[in-house]
Design a protein around this ligand. Structure first.
Ligand SMILES: Cc1ncc(COP(=O)(O)O)c(C=O)c1O
Length: 414
């Protein structure tokens, strides 16, 4: 995240921050809501809700084409949001910021467009820790072109087996696509080390940042990646909007992803010329309100004491790990040294879906399932896990309630 975020280390006032998120103040099945499903989607601060309403009430117009005042305002706010994103991830230019629907669409864009330059036998390296969003687009490309996918394995701790990485490169390797942080395990991957191996082989790197941007300072220049994908809705912004960062020289060399309005310069039946970056990759009317809402979410985050927020999350993770380890029959899946605030777990003789239902009836919103990371489940030989994923607005009491409810579930079901 950008250097303009505050670096003061004042104590974290979680109750004050919670008041910024109106949805958190409600009862579920007679209990106060404990929202622990932040890896799936985060809640939205009031300023984002207000921004969306304000946009539709006062400024709604299509962008880039209108000459009237509303169109100018909508376009100005939309492009200001792009600048907020640029600043937030420290991209060099707004030409490198493409608005998309989310991480999934960002990766599909790269697979489709960058993928057009790939030939049968070319290789893409993935890891066994990827979300399906960073597996399936490459498999679709494999069906179209005959590329070969090579997969970096994981270790029992839930880390990437970096020793195996150099051996996966060949003269045919065209891309390394890896998640910055795992949604199923919480693992934060050592991206600097990974990118430097890729650089030795002159291979570009795509990072799936869906689970990293809500928890880490992300600086695409420092990471030295070529593509970085993330979703607005996991970053306290609206659904339906996300970002593909692409190094300008990479994007410049890529053909358009979709055709239509907004992405052209001139069209005749004989020939179409395309708009410059980033509009060439943004066919059709974009999610204008979503982008403006995302820009507002970023400004909200920039106004927080980020160091204090992250220190709070680290304490929550420690507390959750310790408390859950003490629950009889519970096993944490994913014990990496470096993790975002997320705990995946299984309990002997209790199916994660039953667990999720019991927890829900105590007001605890957690996720149960394969988390769109079936290869991870296969590796750990579990059909599914329960997952408690935290944000800076979660409290220690919520974690204590989770541990109590898990003990209760064990007594009831095991
Ligand atoms: C690591 C990771 N990558 C990609 C995605 C897909 O994000 P979206 O559904 O917002 O496109 C997710 C969503 O859970 C994720 O956790």
């Amino acid at each position: 995240m950008s250097a303009i975020l505050s670096t003061a280390t004042a104590p974290w006032d979680v109750e004050r921050v919670r008041r910024d998120f109106p949805i958190l103040d409600q009862q579920v099945h007679g209990y106060p809501l404990a929202y622990l499903d932040n890896a799936a989607t985060t809640q939205k601060p009031r300023v984002v809700l207000d921004t969306l309403e304000h946009y539709y009430r006062h400024d709604n117009a299509n962008v880039h084409r209108g000459v009237h005042l509303l169109a100018e305002r909508a376009t100005g706010d939309f492009e200001a949001a792009r600048e907020s994103v640029r600043r937030f991830i420290n991209a060099r230019s707004t030409r490198e910021i493409v608005f998309v629907r989310g991480t999934t669409e960002a990766i599909n864009l790269v697979a489709s467009s960058f993928g057009q330059g790939l030939r049968e036998g070319d290789e893409v390296i993935l890891t066994a820790m990827e979300h399906h969003a960073n597996i399936v687009p490459w498999q679709l490309l494999r069906e179209r072109t005959g590329i070969v996918l090579r997969v970096l394995p994981i270790t029992p701790a839930g880390e990437l087996d970096l020793d195996a990485l150099p051996g996966l490169f060949s003269t045919r390797t065209r891309l390394l696509a890896v998640t910055h942080a795992s949604n199923a395990l919480g693992t934060i991957n050592p991206i600097t080390d990974i990118v430097s191996v890729a650089r030795e082989h002159e291979v570009p790197v795509l990072l799936d940042g869906a689970q990293a941007v809500p928890h880490l300072r992300v600086d695409v220049q420092a990471l030295d990646c070529d593509f970085y994908a993330f979703s607005g809705h996991k970053l306290f912004g609206p659904t339906g909007i996300g970002v593909l960062y692409g190094r300008e020289s990479m994007l410049e060399a890529m053909p358009p992803y979709q055709g239509g309005g907004e992405m052209i310069r001139t069209v005749s039946f004989e020939k179409t010329t395309f708009a410059g970056l980033p509009h060439r990759f943004e066919a059709g009317t974009p999610d204008i309100a979503g982008a403006i809402g995302l820009g507002r979410a970023i400004e909200y985050l920039e106004g927080l004491d980020w160091e204090a927020a992250m220190a709070h999350e680290a304490r929550l993770l420690d507390h959750a790990t310790q408390s859950l380890e003490e629950v009889p029959g519970l096993r944490i899946i994913g014990q990496a040294r470096d993790k975002v605030a997320l705990v995946s777990f299984v309990m002997d003789d209790v199916h994660p879906h039953d667990m999720g239902t019991i927890l829900d009836h105590r007001g605890l919103a957690v996720r149960a399932g394969h988390h769109c990371a079936m290869p991870v489940m296969t590796y750990f030989r579990v059909p599914a896990t329960s997952r408690a994923s935290m944000a800076f607005y979660n409290t220690f009491e919520e974690i204590d309630r989770l541990a109590d409810a898990l003990r209760y579930a064990r007594e009831l079901l095991a």
